[in-house]
Write a protein that binds this ligand. Sequence first.
Ligand code: ADP
Ligand code: MG
Length: 227
Amino acid sequence: MIHLENIHKTYYAGSPLHVLKGIDLDVADGDFVSIMGASGSGKSTLLNIVGILDDYDEGKYYLNGRLIKDLTETQSAKIRNEMIGFVFQSFNLLNFKTALENVALPLYYRGISRKKRNAIALEYLDRLGLKDWADHLPNEMSGGQKQRVAIARSIISKPRLILADEPTGALDSTTSQEVMDILRQVNREEGITMLIVTHAREVAEQTNKIVNFKDGLISSIEDIKQL
Ligand code: ADP
Ligand code: MG
């Protein structure tokens, strides 16, 4: 699904910062992979490139066999909308919209009628154990509940790939565990490929493969046996 070959990225804000120094990585369809590394090692930079939110300077990135390079914003947006779901540390929910409206939002952008999208969104909330919270606003919910809403929103458009940047970064360890269990369940039940950035070893250990990042390079890849 993801094929990265010798990816380089330098930021030019003040003095040049060579953040990615030749990344080679393959992620297979249906896999559940984490990227772990210290703060500032380039994890988010790589995730943004994979999510076509940012460009790279050198190398090759293929997504589902298609070379992702020099796309227009319209082309990138189309691929993102059709294929990729995003989950963030800070949830990125709209605070003035209910849980149901937040989850239904991607369907609004697809031109699906309100009645239909609300019915589908309620199904997804139900699957994530949040049916009774449909009419609540984000600030009435706990961190774990908000992240479940964000996950429901990310899967409602049936992406092939979910990119999660520190999805448990703002949560306590029990709630982190719940969120990881849900991501695992979504990976198994929907076959959605998961790429998760984390700096927590206990989070990474719940994925199938840990890609260890150090100073803009992959230092090792560990296979994890899951029961
Ligand atoms: P991580 O996610 O592993 O903490 P990042 O990929 O966010 O690391 O950042 C890697 C380095 O690049 C950091 O030193 C960060 O300050 C820098 N950086 C990130 N984004 C930008 C940007 N848009 N412009 C300039 N420097 C950036
Ligand atoms: Mg980061």
